[in-house]
Design a protein around this ligand. Structure first.
Ligand code: NAD
Ligand code: DAU
Length: 362
């Protein structure tokens, strides 16, 4: 059972649990907490796939297909399942899509988060007490803006300075979550995490896209000169960090999560290529690095992120378990071994349309 300030959480709502991190989190927490009742509310957008949850045998797991912006539906789920804990992942999450069509980011990331908070406030207030309740909001390092070489890493006190519509929508949602703590004492926690990678990541994001393109002998589109730096975290480490916050985190607090794995995009792509060279000795595309193609940069591209995660380490005892060498190899292996998953999530017209829109004539 999860421990929380002396109370126990029984009924958890995970939003966006059919997406990349949400699905990994559901697998992680059901393993740790087999008695937990868990409801996954997901709209199954282009990024959400029930296949990500295949094999979950738990009779305590329920899937609800729907929108976090739908007030009646959210109220029904929270009431019917007597939800005491919310772990909120649902979002539009891809920066490039937020540049092409920002509207849905405002709707889901801001209005959807507000709707969840307001429904929890009303329902939990009516139930008499906030005791044993928790709203955990999953956010990103992108709210802090970008760093130059030599700038100190982001801390929880770094002022917000988001660059993209995606980052701005997440920053806005963080502020609304925090306001519910200050104004209504809603028992919230927030985590801001760096770039995740690992199994079940939709192949529009850098690492899975590069793996799939390389395997298929397609160009590897590196934006600009590939010098931007990200702090990469294996997804299981993100899940364990959220689990620590649910168990031991202090109400009203924010925790930064990072991987201490800072590499330029070009270094990441080259590493993927050399892993593939060794895993696929008979590939006609070896050396895979010959496929690297520099393309037009992302508008407003943040140069560097770096997370200082001393607080979660010192106060909750969390640290990442996996380094990039382990995580990248495990991830490449996973994509090589899960061809049918790849076909089912990306072998559709909508994904091809997106690839054409983002990459043709770039
Ligand atoms: P994802 O795009 O893979 O998944 C998002 C999920 O949310 C999908 O299953 C989608 O169907 C669902 N969804 C979208 N709109 C919805 C709506 N209106 N109602 C219900 N469900 C909806 O995203 P991800 O990479 O798993 O990210 C999850 C969360 O973690 C996001 O909040 C993101 O901002 C945050 N985050 C991601 C990263 C990263 O590197 N991927 C890093 C830090 C924080
Ligand atoms: O930092 C956390 C964020 O990480 C999360 O909040 C976002 O949800 C998540 O999508 C991710 O955002 P990024 O923009 O950093 O991830 P992406 O995989 O899109 O890009 C990583 C870097 O690689 C970025 O500098 C852009 C570059 N890139 C990306 C793609 C898709 C390329 O060079 N070529 C590409 O084709």
């Amino acid at each position: 059972m999860l421990r929380f300030m002396g109370d126990y959480m029984k009924n958890m709502l995970v939003t966006g649990g059919a997406g990349f991190i949400g699905a990994n989190f559901i697998r992680f927490i059901l393993e740790k907490e087999p008695d937990l009742n868990l409801v996954n509310l997901d709209l199954l957008t282009y990024a959400g796939h029930e296949e990500n949850l295949e094999g979950i045998g738990s009779s305590n797991y329920f899937f609800v297909h729907g929108d976090i912006c739908d007030g009646d539906l959210v109220a029904k789920v929270i009431r019917d399942h007597q939800i005491d804990t919310v772990v909120h992942f649902a979002a539009e999450s891809h920066v490039d899509r937020s540049i092409v069509s920002p509207g849905q980011f405002i709707q889901t990331n801001i209005v959807g988060t507000f709707n969840l908070l307001e429904t929890c406030r009303l329902f939990w207030q009516k139930s008499g007490s906030y005791s044993g309740k928790r709203f955990h909001h999953v956010s990103t390092d992108e709210v802090f803006g970008m760093l130059k070489i030599g700038d100190p890493a982001f801390t929880e006190e770094t002022p917000y300075s988001p660059s993209s519509p995606y980052a701005a929508s997440k920053a806005s949602s963080d502020h609304i979550v925090r306001s519910y703590f200050h104004t209504y004492k809603l028992p919230i926690t927030i985590s801001n995490c760096s770039n995740n990678y690992g199994p079940f990541q939709f192949p529009e994001k850098l690492i899975p896209l590069m793996i799939l393109n390389a395997v298929n002998g397609k160009p590897l589109p590196v934006y600009g000169e590939g010098q931007q730096i990200r702090d990469w975290l294996y997804v299981e480490d993100h899940c364990s960090a959220i689990y620590s916050i649910l168990n031991y985190g202090e109400i009203g607090e924010t925790y930064n999560i990072g991987g201490k794995n800072q590499f330029s995009n070009l270094e990441i792509v080259k590493s993927i290529c050399s892993i593939l060279d060794s895993y696929l000795p008979n590939s006609p595309y070896r050396p895979h690095s010959q496929l690297i193609t520099f393309v037009q940069d992302r508008p407003g591209h943040d140069f560097r992120y770096d997370m200082n995660f001393n607080k979660i380490q010192a106060k909750l005892g969390w640290a990442p378990n996996y380094d990039l060498e382990f995580g990248l190899k495990a991830t490449v292996k996973w994509y090589l071994n899960n061809q049918s998953w790849i076909e089912s999530v990306s072998g559709n017209v909508a994904f091809q349309d997106w690839m054409n829109k983002n990459y043709i004539n770039r």
